[in-house]
Design a protein around this ligand. Structure first.
Ligand SMILES: *[C@@H]1O[C@H](CO)[C@@H](O)[C@H](O)[C@H]1NC(C)=O
Ligand SMILES: *[C@@H]1O[C@H](CO)[C@@H](O)[C@H](O)[C@H]1NC(C)=O
Ligand SMILES: *[C@@H]1O[C@H](CO)[C@@H](O)[C@H](O)[C@H]1NC(C)=O
Length: 482
């Protein structure tokens, strides 16, 4: 993800040729992605669930998230090296650095020796961190990126004292030409270019629906060479971990990586911070002046920018409130679209950015969480946080979401990323009303607690690294597995 190609050869080609070949490619890849979009998702969840929890055998053959299993306490301690683009300093870090810090703080607490090579998220100078068995080395270069030579100086020194059991990189933090030289390496992909291309496609269709504006589709076209580049270099990494079922399938079917080297471990959030609390929700509504006679409260959170789908929700909400004056929208976050939401009138309240501690109360105050994002990369943590608080979700029908989060209508609602489809979905939500939202929300909470917790994520990664170190741990269940 975020991979910058050093020499963009395609710029030197004649433009017409490039346009043609990339259009054909885009069409091909689009058709291929349709297979994913239209794949039936309404499978019998109860059945698959029981089949998977009764899984026996080699974990490397598991074609479902490891989070579904229950691993016992590990008896062996590991020494792990981790490469992460950044390490969060202070509040509000992004998804990838939160993943690294949540995961490695938890693994260190379980007694494993962790050495992280990274750069501070605020790009300032910081002392290295040494807290018990968690060691964080800030090895940034002048651009605030990880300096690999510097990192390997320390890596080699540590490896000489006692050998690392395994190396983990968050995305391309450890670049592929280096990874090639590290035989025991696993990479976690937080979003791949196949998914990015997919989202660029939707953005293009949405911003120019009838193709009336003659203009180059630069972003979409640039995604194709990036995708091809990625397919070529991914095999330099030995083991691959994906954060959604659909990304795992893409790595096997499109990137052609061996199934045995592709594993799915879902992200988790701190389950103690996001919990169901109706009292806190009611208090939040009162404090922010949500009228007591509204019939349904929807909520949206995050940066209020275009590619998070806010133009879509703004327009759709404007349409439905004309017919349904009792529907209310709470907007948590800041950004250019805050003003547009405020202009929608009395049915909308823009709260600005909320403190992390307030966020749980916000989720509790709403009847349903809307995530209109146009970026089908990875797994959106806000969806998972809302579910932990017992709220159903309304999201676009991206495969990463329908295969892993909103498994069927019992967990919420999905729509195609266009205004008509969103309006239609909102009408169904309004028709169902708060009672049905509550029922679906309870199921969401049960599911989130069973799959998307920091504890589950940490124990899955722990077992993964144990299995990489010693085949015996790849068997499931072991005597002490629950
Ligand atoms: C990276 O670190 C090495 C020292 O190990 C140093 O010589 C080199 O200049 C650094 N590179 C950058 C780009 O900061
Ligand atoms: C590691 O140890 C070996 C011999 O014990 C030594 O030759 C080598 O230079 C050491 N490497 C580092 C990076 O310290
Ligand atoms: C709620 O009450 C206010 C003031 O009492 C009124 O103006 C508004 O129309 C009511 N809204 C609904 C949806 O009934």
């Amino acid at each position: 993800m975020g991979w910058k190609h050093p020499n963009r050869k395609f710029h030197s080609r004649p433009t017409l040729f490039f346009l043609r070949s990339s259009t054909i490619l885009a069409a091909f890849v689009f058709l291929a992605s349709l297979v994913y979009i239209f794949e039936p998702v309404t499978r019998d969840f109860a059945k698959t669930w029981t089949r998977e929890v009764h899984f026996r055998g080699d974990l490397r053959e598991a074609k479902f998230p490891w989070n579904k299993l229950c691993f016992g306490q590990a008896t062996e301690k590991l020494k792990l090296a981790v490469f992460s683009k950044t390490w969060p300093i202070g509040a509000a870090p992004g998804g990838m650095e939160r993943h690294a810090s949540t995961l490695y703080t938890a693994l260190a607490a379980k007694g494993h020796e962790i050495h992280v090579f990274t750069a501070p998220s605020d790009r300032r100078a910081h002392e290295d961190i040494h807290e018990h068995n968690l060691h964080v080395y800030f090895v940034s270069n002048d651009h605030g990126m990880v300096n690999c030579s510097l990192a390997f100086d320390i890596f080699n020194r540590e490896n000489n004292i006692s050998k690392f059991d395994y190396v983990h990189t968050e995305s391309v933090s450890l670049p592929y030409w280096r990874a090639r030289l590290v035989p025991k390496v696993a990479v976690t992909w937080h979003g791949v270019w196949y998914e990015i291309m997919h989202s660029k496609l939707f953005q293009e269709l949405l911003s120019n629906p009838k193709g009336q504006l003659p203009r180059p589709m630069t972003e979409l076209q640039e995604a194709i060479p990036m995708l091809i580049d990625e397919i070529r270099f991914f095999s330099n990494y030995k083991e691959h971990i994906c954060i959604s079922d659909s990304a795992g399938e893409v790595l096997v079917n499109i990137y052609q990586l061996p199934q045995r080297n592709v594993h799915v471990i879902l992200n988790g959030v701190d389950e103690t911070k996001f919990t169901r609390n109706p009292m806190a929700g009611a208090e939040f509504r009162k404090r922010y002046g949500v009228p007591s006679n509204v019939s349904l409260v929807l909520g949206v959170a995050g940066r209020l920018v275009k590619d998070k789908g806010h133009p879509l929700l703004c327009e759709a909400f404007g349409k439905i409130t004309k017919r349904n004056p009792g529907v209310f929208l709470l907007v948590a976050g800041s950004g250019p679209w805050g003003k547009r939401y405020a202009e929608l009138g009395l049915n909308v309240k823009v709260l600005g950015a909320l403190e992390p501690s307030e966020l749980s109360r916000f989720y509790n105050a709403i009847d349903m969480f809307v995530n209109p994002t146009l970026r089908p990369q990875g797994l959106d943590l806000t969806l998972i946080e809302a579910m932990h608080c017992g709220k159903p979700v309304l999201t676009p029908n991206f495969p990463s979401i329908t295969r892993t989060v909103v498994l069927n209508q019992e967990y919420g609602y999905t729509f195609s990323p266009n205004v008509e489809s969103l309006v239609e979905a909102l009408e169904v939500v309004i028709n169902d009303g708060p009672r049905v939202m509550q029922r679906k929300g309870m199921l969401c909470q049960r599911y989130a607690v069973s799959m998307f917790t920091a504890t589950k994520m940490a124990s899955s990664y722990e077992r993964f690294f144990l299995c990489m170190k010693d085949d015996r741990y790849c068997q499931y269940p072991l005597a002490n597995d629950c």
